[in-house]
Design a protein. Structure first.
Length: 414
């Protein structure tokens, strides 16, 4: 892909796919723990069990996302190599996601519905994100990823700022978010199918017997140059830190800060809004100063935000200010990490490396809920922010050793 064939308009349209993914996960993370808690009221080690169930979907996803990313590398159909996976996964995900809040009678029925919904999400997540580097030359990938994440931020804002106002406990329709988001998902699929045309000349036929995800991971681990494995480790750590907060934030807000459910969810609006505002500038900042330096600044900021949040007693306005600052710093981290991975990837394995990126983030999603839940069970809910802060410190230390992943022609030294 060269600059003359690049279109920011297509990147904005592609961002709709990321936006609906972000909308779906915002609703999922805010309300599914509450639904699970209501179904398991009175059981021992409640937080741990909620965390385990929240993890079941990710156990499937951690295997499927990298494999599907690799499969899409060597697929070509009339509608492209990534789009068939969207056409298959999005309708199934929409149907099962819409059903979640209405299965309020049995944890044994709800759990497989959650798993199937997440398997369907896994089938199109890596192909959707891999479209960005497919359509974007290396020097523009941070900027393009900023646009994609800007659209993802709009998805989160749609929930935290709009859905939590339209659909509330007081109105009796708090879980209407689920079917509405599913309808939006189908509309976005139609728009993507009509608009995105994958460039055939970007298709590079991979070996028929391409390495599986675990063999690919072993190859990365055996590399003498440690940048890829250090970056994947850092990605794992900063995602385990923020996933832990995101999973339990609503419960933390209701128990520690004494907020209503919808009010607790609304507090994350401040984080999502500033992330949205910083998404596109983050790509430009990285283009000027380098991706690694930009991410390191973001990690320091997240550590400070989480550390200070530990001491907040009355949430307004201190927590709102802290979360708003956190969104700015999280954008510096999140916008530039995937472009670093993409620029470490051989051309024929871009989908596989997209899968490696999601392997790291999904492994964090698997471990964060039960680890954070268990820690809070044996201490208190207040352990949430300190644990996350430690994860960001460790991520910073790992990132210090990364020497590759900058845009083509840009110095990686930091």
């Amino acid at each position: 892909m060269n600059r003359s064939n690049f279109s920011y308009g297509k990147i904005f349209v592609l961002g709709l796919g990321f936006g609906v993914i972000s909308l779906t996960w915002a609703i999922y993370n805010a309300y599914v723990p509450l639904i699970l808690e209501s179904l398991m009221e009175g059981v021992s080690y409640l937080n741990t069990k909620v965390g385990i169930i929240m993890t079941l979907d990710n156990i499937a996803a951690i295997s499927l996302i990298p494999l599907i990313g690799a499969l899409s590398d060597r697929t070509w159909t009339r509608i492209g190599r990534r789009m068939p996976f969207l056409l298959f996964g999005m309708p199934i995900a929409a149907i099962f996601f819409a059903a979640i809040p209405y299965i309020d009678f049995s944890i044994w029925v709800l759990t497989p519905v959650i798993v199937i919904m997440n398997i369907a999400m896994a089938t199109f997540r890596a192909p959707t994100i891999a479209l960005m580097p497919d359509l974007t030359p290396s020097p523009l990938r941070s900027k393009a990823n900023g646009i994609v994440n800007f659209m993802g931020g709009l998805g989160s804002i749609a929930f935290y700022g709009v859905f939590t106002t339209l659909f509330t406990e007081e109105k009796g329709n708090i879980y209407t978010d689920f079917p509405v988001a599913s309808i939006i998902m189908i509309i976005v699929l139609l728009v993507l199918l009509i608009t995105i045309r994958e460039p055939r000349k970007e298709f590079v036929q991979s070996d028929k017997r391409q390495d599986g995800i675990f063999k690919a991971l072993l190859t990365v681990l055996r590399e003498k140059e440690a940048s890829t494995k250090l970056l994947l480790g850092a990605i794992f750590l900063w995602f385990i830190g923020w996933n832990g907060v995101e999973t339990y934030f609503t419960l933390y807000g209701t128990e520690v800060w004494g907020l209503e459910k919808d009010a607790a969810a609304q507090y994350l609006t401040y984080f999502s809004l500033t992330f949205l505002l910083m998404a596109i500038p983050s790509g430009f900042i990285a283009s000027r100063f380098g991706r690694k330096k930009t991410i390191m600044l973001g990690l320091v900021g997240m550590f400070i935000m989480l550390s200070v949040s530990t001491m907040v007693g009355v949430p307004w306005p201190t927590a709102a200010i802290l979360l708003a600052s956190g969104g700015l710093f999280w954008a510096l981290v999140n916008i530039n990490s995937f472009p670093m991975v993409a620029d470490m990837a051989p051309v024929a394995r871009l989908g596989l490396y997209t899968g490696l990126y999601y392997f790291s983030s999904q492994l964090a999603a698997i471990l964060a809920p039960p680890v954070f839940g268990f820690a809070m069970d044996i201490t208190s809910r207040k352990a949430m922010f300190p644990m996350a802060a430690v994860a960001f410190v460790l991520a910073f230390l790992m990132l210090m050793g990364v020497r590759r992943g900058e845009a083509a022609g840009q110095n990686t030294a930091a």
